[in-house]
Design a protein around this ligand. Structure first.
Ligand code: SF4
Ligand code: SF4
Length: 91
């Protein structure tokens, strides 16, 4: 399942997309420790698989939280450790 977390305002759309089917099969879940803003958390989905999500309290401030990772065109830290290309950004 593709899950989208984020918001939109007058300046644009700020969503992180997670392919939770890939997360369920990812034993390391390296995105959690890689994110300097601690945006990722885990939950059990409807099939009792452990998947990741973006913490609810962080969903409305993603542009600011991810600004340093996205600076200078560098690859986001979470994406750099994800073995399954399960993370996407709308901006
Ligand atoms: S590293 Fe990638 S596949 Fe693994 S839990 Fe994180 S987003 Fe999902
Ligand atoms: S871009 Fe950086 S701050 Fe944003 S979710 Fe990925 S690792 Fe975390």
């Amino acid at each position: 399942m593709l899950a989208h977390y984020g918001y939109e305002d007058g300046s644009g759309h700020y969503y992180i997309r997670l392919d939770t089917a890939k997360c369920a099969e990812c034993p390391e879940k390296g995105c959690i420790s890689a994110c300097p803003e601690q945006l990722f958390a885990t939950e059990l989905d409807d099939f009792d698989d452990e998947v990741v999500l973006i913490r609810e309290a962080a969903r409305n401030t993603l542009q600011a939280s991810c600004a340093s990772c996205k600076a200078n065109g560098e690859m986001e830290l979470c994406r750099s450790v994800c073995p399954a290309d399960a993370i996407g950004f709308s901006w």
